[in-house]
Structure formats: C-alpha cells, structure tokens
Design a protein around this ligand. Structure first.
Ligand SMILES: *[C@@H]1O[C@H](CO)[C@@H](O)[C@H](O)[C@H]1NC(C)=O
Ligand SMILES: *[C@@H]1O[C@H](CO)[C@@H](O)[C@H](O)[C@H]1NC(C)=O
Ligand SMILES: *[C@@H]1O[C@H](CO)[C@@H](O)[C@H](O)[C@H]1NC(C)=O
Ligand SMILES: *[C@@H]1O[C@H](CO)[C@@H](O)[C@H](O)[C@H]1NC(C)=O
Ligand SMILES: *[C@@H]1O[C@H](CO)[C@@H](O)[C@H](O)[C@H]1NC(C)=O
Ligand SMILES: *[C@@H]1O[C@H](CO)[C@@H](O)[C@H](O)[C@H]1NC(C)=O
Length: 226
C-alpha cells in the first residue's frame, strides 16, 4: 500500500514537472518578425551611441507568439545564447541587418533576443537556424524599399494615416502587416512616430501569413516617419 502511494506521488510529481516543462519550453501559435526604424529608437527610447542612426529598417527580433496572450511566451527553458554558433559568414550579415542601434553591442542584442524569444521556438529553429531564417526574412521583405517605392520616405513635416503606410506593404507582400508606433512626449501628442513593422509567419516560420492583431499604434492619430 505504502509502495503504491509513493509511486502514485511520484507519478503526480512527474506529471507536474512535465507540465511545467511544456509550459516553459514554449508553446506558441505563430511568429512575429519585427523590423524597426532606428531613428525612432534613438528619438524616444534612449540616447544612441551613434549620433546619426541608420536610415533603413533593421531587425528587432523574431518572436514566437501566442494569439491570446501577446507577451507570451518568453524566456523559455533551453540552451542559452552561444556566440560561437553565429558563424563568421552569418555574423557579417547580421551586423548589417540586426545591429544594436542603441548601445552598439550587437552580440549582446542577439543574445538577449535569443534568450528571451528564440529559446521558445528552438524545437523548430535551433540557434543557427533562428538567426539565418531572420536574415532571409529581412532580405526577402525590404520594408525600406517597399515604402520608398510608395513615396513614403522620412520627412520632418509630412503625416500619414495607418492605412497609408500599411497599404503598400500589403500590396507588395500580399499579407497584412502590423505597425507599431511610439508616442511623442505629451506636449506633442498630436502625432505618433512610426517605429516598427511586423510581418507574421506560421508555426514553422516558413509561410508568411496575415497579422491579425491591431493594437500597435493609436487609432486616428497622425503618423510621422522621420
Ligand atoms: C496562449 O496563452 C494562453 C493563456 O496564457 C494559454 O492558455 C494557451 O495555452 C497559449 N497557447 C499556446 C499555443 O501556447
Ligand atoms: C558553443 O558552440 C560551440 C560551437 O558549436 C561549441 O563548441 C561549444 O561547446 C558551445 N558552448 C557551450 C557552452 O555550449
Ligand atoms: C557586449 O556584451 C557582452 C555580453 O553582455 C559583453 O560580454 C561584452 O563585453 C560587450 N562588449 C562590449 C564591446 O561592450
Ligand atoms: C533595401 O532597399 C533600400 C532602398 O531601396 C536599398 O537601399 C537597400 O540596398 C535594400 N537592401 C537590401 C538588403 O536589399
Ligand atoms: C516633406 O513633405 C512636404 C509635405 O508633403 C513636402 O512639401 C516636402 O517637399 C517634403 N520634404 C522633403 C525633403 O521631401
Ligand atoms: C487571429 O487568427 C488566429 C488564426 O486564424 C485565430 O486563432 C485568432 O483567434 C485570431 N485573433 C484575433 C484577435 O482575431
């Protein structure tokens, strides 16, 4: 009897551990591939080490995401970032596509993104594949170029609506993206700054799909791109 009880206890314990493992090893529905406009980082977030921020969209991250819980998953159990796995050929590409525009420490930025997000999808993409896939996405979806072709270029005075900016991206890629904005300090709250463009991908990070979340910018507030 005692024997039975303890093996039952063991079973319950094992199940509990399994459950915790599954939760923290990351389950997700889809990926968000996030590109950012560096001048906006430098204007509202922090002082950037480089006084003239890059004038093209760079990678912020590739985030396994949950439809019902936008902040999840993150910081999953798994192998932490290993710098030696960013092999030289890929590294030189990432320095251009995925720089740390704020502190200038690219490797630290890659490590932070891998540890927070990449660990949650490592059953699908190992560390090398995670960075390589992101690099391919960046090359395939040149937001800077798509906007430029639609005459949406940095301008200190001009304003756009959300759909002015979304439309050309939707036309060029055949899928709905998501925009994310930063509000200006309160004194200038009559406009917001375009900060990020999100493209969504399926569970395997292979098929480009529509993004269906909408809460990235304020409704009915003009957007500046500068
Ligand atoms: C998404 O998050 C919700 C709430 O935390 C959770 O119940 C659900 O299992 C998650 N979905 C996936 C696919 O992980
Ligand atoms: C990091 O990756 C390299 C190259 O694959 C490997 O030799 C090394 O053991 C790894 N380090 C850790 C701490 O896993
Ligand atoms: C960049 O960040 C890494 C990890 O935090 C750190 O080990 C390294 O010293 C930093 N490099 C520079 C140049 O600050
Ligand atoms: C993206 O488009 C911009 C603007 O047309 C261009 O200058 C840049 O070289 C392109 N980047 C890549 C990786 O093709
Ligand atoms: C900025 O936009 C305004 C209003 O559309 C336009 O008149 C002006 O020529 C633009 N400036 C530049 C530098 O393109
Ligand atoms: C977004 O689409 C997915 C898949 O079609 C669906 O499960 C989810 O409920 C949708 N979320 C919202 C907020 O519409």
């Amino acid at each position: 009897m005692a024997m039975l009880k303890s093996s039952l206890a063991l079973l319950v314990l094992a199940f509990a551990f399994f459950f915790c493992y599954v939760m923290s090893s990351g389950s997700y529905d889809y990926f968000q591939f996030v590109q950012q406009w560096p001048p906006t980082n430098c204007r509202v977030r922090t002082k950037c080490s480089n006084p003239r921020p890059l004038q093209y969209f760079t990678i912020h991250g590739l985030w396994p995401s949950n439809y019902s819980n936008p902040k999840m998953p993150s910081n999953c159990i798994g192998s932490q970032f290993n710098e030696s796995k960013v092999y030289p050929r890929l590294r030189s590409k990432l320095r251009i596509s995925w720089p740390d525009v704020e502190s200038g420490n690219d490797t630290k930025f890659w490590g932070d993104e891998w540890n927070k997000h990449g660990t949650c999808s490592q059953r699908i993409l190992n560390q090398f594949q995670y960075f390589e896939r992101s690099q391919q996405m960046w090359r395939s979806y040149n937001i800077t170029n798509i906007l430029k072709k639609a005459q949406i270029v940095p301008n200190a005075t001009q304003t756009w609506s959300y759909s002015d900016i979304v439309s050309p991206i939707k036309t060029a890629t055949n899928r709905t993206p998501l925009l994310r904005c930063k509000s200006q300090p309160k004194s200038q709250a009559n406009f917001q700054l375009l900060h990020e463009v999100v493209l969504c991908f399926d569970y395997n990070a292979l098929v480009h799909i529509d993004c269906n979340r909408t809460a990235g910018c304020w409704n009915n507030v003009d957007i500046k791109f500068q």
